[in-house]
Design a binder for this molecule. Structure first.
Ligand SMILES: [Mn+2]
Length: 356
């Protein structure tokens, strides 16, 4: 297991590599060429520059989150082949720069959805939160406005202004599409990229849909054990794997997270670990990582990773905004650093209690 932090690059992130380097136990970052458009080929020299910057700070570039999948691929449009070719080219360039993990998602139109980015908690910290009734009362295009005003001036991944302009057009692509078709489009994509992944030994990790159910009537498939196992089986290659995000699969209270982790043994290449606090099944907020602060048993979750022989990167997922920090919501330094050390502590305790 390697502990990492997500980093958006020096132009976009309020957190520096030097700060990340000082978090005990964190040896790598998961990063991206932030600002590239889905469908674009990542140039080798830009990848190299990014990697050198990370390594110069004494950290490893542990993987990419994310190489985004163009909407034409998800929607199965005729031009998808061109974009899949570009995706393969990007994977090849990453492989040639010795980068072997890529996170992506297959959510139509929206990446993740929250209704509040700065919900205040009783201790004065602020967190991202979700309320289904609020979503039900909104039109999709209003969602962008409500997210846009609370970002502290940062561009949130998945909520880039360019997407806002196209939201109605994007919705039209999925009009009447059922889940089976979305599965087929994912299978088509995976089958085309696997030869490149095999050649360059690149592990792909699909990120679950967040929240793990349909939003605004859009089809969503990476939502539960049955569906994720189906994806593993339909392209049965270890390079076709999962980014197991506890906070995303965990939005659905019926998902038994430790059981899911065990059932995906060998196929989880990257872990996002965070906790949620539920006020009802339709209203939850992101909590500190500790079990005592939220609704998940973090000990059981980390134990399931440990016991299934997980050897990929972990990153503490979103944190609370605390101690007056100003950062991209969810991506401040302080609470994620606390999360990283907490998870490392659980890992150490589980490991030592097993061998003693
Ligand atoms: Mn996640």
């Amino acid at each position: 297991m390697e502990m990492t932090l997500r980093w958006y690059g020096s132009k976009f992130d309020s957190v520096t590599l030097e700060q990340i380097r000082q978090i005990p136990g964190v040896t790598g970052v998961i990063t991206t060429l932030y600002g590239t458009e889905p469908g674009e080929v990542w140039k080798r020299e830009e990848i190299r520059k990014m990697k050198q910057e990370v390594e110069k700070a004494g950290l490893r570039l542990s993987g990419i989150e994310s190489v985004n999948v163009h909407e034409a691929i998800k929607a199965g449009l005729p031009e998808r082949d061109k974009y899949i070719e570009n995706y393969c080219e990007t994977l090849k360039n990453l492989g040639e720069e010795d980068i072997h993990f890529v996170c992506y998602n297959f959510m139509p139109v929206f990446d993740w959805t929250r209704t509040e980015l700065v919900r205040k908690r009783e201790d004065g910290s602020t967190v991202l939160a979700y309320n289904q009734k609020t979503v039900d009362a909104l039109k999709p295009e209003e969602m962008f406005d409500s997210i846009g005003k609370d970002t502290n001036g940062f561009v949130m991944p998945g909520w880039e202004p360019e997407r806002l302009q196209k939201v109605k057009e994007l919705f039209a692509l999925y009009q009447g599409m059922d889940e089976e078709t979305l599965f087929d489009n994912l299978q088509y994509f995976l089958e085309k990229i696997m030869p490149v992944c095999d050649r360059y030994n690149i592990n792909m990790g699909i990120h679950p849909d967040d929240p793990a159910w349909s939003v605004f009537g859009l089809p969503r498939i990476i939502i539960n054990k049955e569906n994720i196992l189906k994806v593993m089986k339909m392209v049965d290659n270890p390079h076709n794997g999962v980014t197991f995000c506890t906070g995303s699969f965990g939005t659905n209270r019926n998902n038994d997270l430790p059981d899911m982790i065990r059932s995906l043994k060998g196929r989880i290449h990257f872990a996002h670990i965070r906790n949620l606090r539920f006020h009802s099944v339709e209203d939850f907020e992101e909590a500190a990582h500790l079990s005592s602060d939220g609704s998940f048993d973090m000990y059981e979750i980390v134990k399931a990773f440990y016991e299934s022989g997980f050897d990929g990167s972990i990153r503490p997922d979103h944190g609370r905004m605390i101690w007056g920090e100003e950062a991209m919501p969810g991506y401040g330094l302080y609470d994620r650093a606390l999360g990283a050390t907490y998870i490392s502590g659980l890992w150490e305790a589980i490991k030592k209690s097993e061998t003693s």
